[in-house]
Design a protein around this ligand. Sequence first.
Ligand SMILES: Cc1ncc(COP(=O)(O)O)c(C=O)c1O
Length: 366
Amino acid sequence: MTSVPYVDLVKQNQALRPRILEAIDRVLGHGQFINGPEVGELEEKLARRLGVKQVVGVGSGTSALTLVMRALDIGPGDEVITVSHSYVATATSVCLVGATPVFVDIDPTTGLMDPELLAAAISPRTKALIPVHLGGVPCPMNPIQELCRAHGLHLIEDCAQAVGATLYGRSVGSFGTGCFSLHPLKTLSACGDAGFITTNDQDLAALLRRLRSLGHRDRDHVDVPSENARLDTLQAAILLVKLPHLEEWLVRRRDHASAYETALRPFFELTRITEDAQPAYSTFVIRHDKRDALIAHLASKGFDVKVHYPIAIHQQRAFEGTSAPGLPHTEALVRRIISLPVTPELEPPDRDALIDALIHWSRSNA
Ligand SMILES: Cc1ncc(COP(=O)(O)O)c(C=O)c1O
């Protein structure tokens, strides 16, 4: 029987294995496991690739979000507007700094933050907005940026799923302060946890470098109490092997997405892509009212698909009590979405077999 996994992390690293092992060996040779030279080299290369002045490597996407909020002095009593249709870390990080997440609904066509709803959600306590480039699809940043300027709010972009995505010809994370994840399932991935922050503000970058390292200004002086949220030297060394391949991986993701778009549009509702955006496609999402039956059918044929995410953040027990009035589009969408495999390792014949299975099922379930 066919067996098409949603993601194959072993295959992903197989081709680069000798070079990854060499990179690890180099780190073992110099012994600078904390803040080693690979961290700075990766930060410089990422900054050049993404067209930003500063990249600050950190331990995870979650740390990127919490450190940025702490650096911007966001804490107890403050509100941060974001979406409930995201991975839970978006809102968790707001809670971790002691602030309150305020959820706005999504635009049902894009599945992303609806800029039209933002003005009504702003209160005197609002400090920042966190749009999420979910699935590597950029949010419409022009209206969001304008609103932040008009109300004096910080703009923090959750780019965890969007390394390589661009909008208006610019990288996501260059419109505000960008928070990226390099988790193994992301479009550029470490062999473990890692993340980074993008900013054009040199002072903010300097503060973030202190905050990621227990507040240290130098070896003996600590300016602010903080946590350990450093990017591991070993992960940076591995990421330096992978970074030159990002472009070819994005091309393959976009090829899969384009094949799905063309073949499936007559049969399924698809995500509307923001104008002038080039998504990174960490996921490719289709929608159907009989989502669970479709997933079961695909599993019986050997196709593994996922749901990102079946429970909206405000519906999680952890967020019980959070004020989330009226999120009808979010609540409707999480019941209908399915993520299809779209990784660079997916073979086009397997993708095409999945397309055939989807079309066949759709015809018999119309
Ligand atoms: C939208 C979003 N935000 C934040 C994060 C947190 O990133 P990390 O897992 O690297 O902490 C993730 C990771 O899955 C994510 O998908």
